[in-house]
Design a protein around this ligand. Structure first.
Ligand SMILES: Nc1nc2c(c(=O)[nH]1)N=C([C@H](O)[C@H](O)COP(=O)(O)OP(=O)(O)OP(=O)(O)O)CN2
Length: 164
């Protein structure tokens, strides 16, 4: 190893409190979607940072707090994708009016979050949360961050950012 390069440490954050409950449906095509249902999603993270002289890479409490705050933002909402190529969203005053295939669905705005995602999948939730964590971590010396979102035990999607 090049002596000039700092040793990197990997922190894994996988807390039971990092969860959110949300309603959604996955869209499979222009005509196929799931029925509306919900999951207890859980969020975990991998953070790679240079090891400091004092045996400390990055304060995991900082990232724990950020992830918890993001989970709380999503908790107990109906989540709609803003950028689905297969459905359109209209502002109907107190409701969102969603057109999918031959159906029109109505969701109370105060119960609903419209996220800048393409589909309400674990992959897209992880991509969205990763972007939020990276934005919150600007200026910090991180080398890699991975965020995973699980919709239940044994099924999750992950997205990774690597320092340029
Ligand atoms: N690539 C993805 N595929 C699927 C996703 C996803 O987010 N990314 N999501 C779904 C469903 O929304 C959801 O997972 C329901 O799936 P299902 O396996 O039917 O039910 P459970 O989550 O309850 O899992 P069990 O194995 O039945 O306990 C589908 N595909």
């Amino acid at each position: 190893m090049n002596n000039q390069e700092p040793q990197l440490a990997t922190l894994y954050i996988d807390k039971e409190s990092h969860k959110f409950s949300a309603a959604h449906y996955t869209i499979f095509s222009a005509t196929e979607r799931e029925r509306l249902h919900g999951h207890n999603y859980s969020v975990s993270a991998k953070i790679v940072a240079p090891m400091g002289n004092n045996g400390f890479a990055a304060d995991y409490n900082v990232y724990k707090n950020r992830i918890k705050r993001l989970c709380d933002e999503l908790d107990e909402y109906m989540i709609l994708p803003e950028h689905s190529p297969h459905q359109t969203l209209e502002d109907g005053g107190t409701h969102y009016r969603v057109a999918f295939a031959n159906d029109t669905l109505h969701f109370l705005k105060s119960d609903t979050l419209v996220l800048p995602i393409v589909n309400a999948t674990v992959e897209e939730f992880s991509r969205y949360l990763l972007a939020r964590v990276i934005a919150d971590s600007r200026g910090e010396d991180l080398r890699e961050v991975q965020i995973c979102v699980a919709s239940g035990p044994g099924q999750k999607g992950c997205t990774t950012w690597t320092a340029g």
